[in-house]
Design a protein around this ligand. Structure first.
Ligand code: PLP
Length: 459
């Protein structure tokens, strides 16, 4: 990463380095290198302050699903700003886009998930789910049902509660988390299962672990299980066949609510508006979503509840409680207008069908990289993929973290006009859904060259 050569961008670079506290940043390297300033964009490409163009292989942060530079998104947003840019939805006020988008989400979500609460992103959607679940069980008179079970390597966000539910241990280093309410079970990563174990046995073992954990904590104390259909930030872990269905059955057996965190997987990344039912055959009790809901054009998240949960939380409460949960920007009309336009574009351009076609090609082409000496695993589905780099393909031993292999590959890609995300020793790919065959071919060729260059460096 280098300082822009262009004078006005150099000023931006300096202001940013001196005053902007970046999220998720290693400040030791940040203070040296500052940021790459992104100044322009179009479809699957972004452009830096010096005019260099990059194919954005990560869709911003798994979110720019319809691609950059959509004029009709700009118009829909501007129109809403002109009409009514804000009104509070507390109590009995609403706006047209907030109501229309809620109805649209109810139509798209599986089963009887018909009730939508809005926040500004994925973390808040998950925090909201916890508050609602606690309120729900309180109203049912099951006040001891409070505990949440989630998985090692699951990622659920960065608010205090969402980060506590997150199971990526690296993310907890140096911070505190809530340890009374949240409990983790292990990650269903087929690549790292014990040698010789069948996928079915591995799956059953993970499901049994959930049941054991519920029994250990006491079913009367366990309120909910949180899971992403495919773990994203934990390394794009696709669980073994049947895993989510078996897990849901255990949850049902013990009256534990199943929260499907679809912050990444919803809105087309796996070729469906929601992946829980269409890809994994489950109808959860709650779905949380964000990111692709507006394709990142404006901040918006949603917590979508089943009829049963809504029925309980919306009844007059014996103790006089009302639903005291909400944010100034819940149901922000401009964000909701962006969400409606985004879904309209996705439907009109049949982007889910496009992902199902192109995603199969993308997966197949990425798997050709498995012939490279450090590529141990290529996994994921459709437009949510990951390359795991290892020191030894037989033993799956990791490359020394000091080698920063994921960063090296990402840097080589960037120098060749492709942005991919380093995730420890892995590289993650989550491109805009408008990706064509030519874009995919460029990505694969660039990744191959970059991994080969990295192998040379590590020799
Ligand atoms: N859940 C999942 C699965 C995510 O990947 C993320 C963010 O990457 C979040 C929740 C948190 O979303 P946000 O960063 O919008 O708060």
């Amino acid at each position: 990463m280098s300082k822009p050569t262009n004078i006005s961008m150099q000023e931006v670079w300096q202001q940013d380095r001196d005053h902007y506290i970046h999220p998720w940043t290693d400040f030791s390297t940040f203070k040296e290198t500052g940021s790459m300033v992104l100044a322009d964009s179009d479809n699957v490409h972004v452009v830096d302050g010096d005019g260099n163009r990059y194919l954005d292989g990560i869709g911003g942060l798994w979110c720019v699903n319809i691609g950059y530079g959509r004029e009709e998104m700009a118009q829909a947003i501007a129109e809403q700003v002109r009409q009514i840019p804000y009104y509070s939805c507390f109590g009995h006020h609403t706006t047209v886009p907030a109501a229309k988008l809620a109805a649209k989400l109810a139509e798209l979500a599986p089963g009887n998930l018909n009730h939508v609460f809005y926040g500004c992103g994925g973390s808040v959607a998950n925090d909201t789910a916890v508050r609602i679940i606690h309120f729900y069980f309180n109203q049912l008179g099951q006040k001891s049902k409070k505990k949440i079970i989630s998985r090692i390597d699951g990622y659920h966000g960065s608010t205090y509660m969402a980060m506590s539910i997150t199971g990526v241990k690296f993310d907890h280093i140096g911070f505190d988390i809530e340890e009374q309410l949240v409990h983790h079970i292990s990650c269903p990563n087929p690549y790292r299962r014990p040698a010789g174990q069948s996928l079915e046995d591995f799956c059953n073992e993970k499901v049994q672990e959930l049941e054991d954990k519920i029994l250990e904590l006491g079913p009367a104390k366990v309120a909910a299980f949180f899971a992403e259909p495919i773990m994203g930030a934990g390394g794009v872990i696709v669980p073994p066949e049947g895993y989510h269905q078996k897990i849901l059955a255990v949850c049902r057996k013990y009256g534990v609510l199943y929260v499907s965190d679809e912050v990444v997987t919803a809105f087309g990344r796996l070729g469906h508006m929601f992946a829980s039912e269409a890809e994994f055959g489950i109808v959860p009790d709650i779905i949380t979503c964000a990111k692709g809901l507006t394709s990142g054009y404006l901040p918006l998240g949603a917590t979508i509840l089943s009829d049963e949960i809504y029925e309980v939380i919306s009844k007059p409460q014996a103790d006089g409680a009302i639903f005291t949960h909400g944010f100034t920007y819940s149901g922000h009309p401009v964000s909701c207008a962006a969400g409606l336009k985004n879904i309209e574009i996705m439907e009109r351009e049949q982007l889910c069908d496009q992902v199902r076609d192109m995603g199969a090609y993308f997966e197949a082409q990425l798997k050709t990289l498995l012939d490279l000496p450090i590529v141990g695993d290529v996994r994921g589905r459709k437009f949510m993929m990951c390359i795991e780099n290892v020191a030894d393909k037989e033993t799956k031993a990791l490359i020394d973290p000091k080698a920063r292999v994921g960063n090296r590959i990402a840097d080589h890609c960037q120098a060749r006009g492709l942005i991919v995300r380093p995730l420890a020793h892995m590289n993650v790919l989550s491109p805009p859904l408008t990706l064509t065959k030519e874009h995919i071919d460029f990505m694969i060729a660039t990744l191959r060259e970059s991994i080969e260059a990295t192998v040379q460096e590590l020799r």
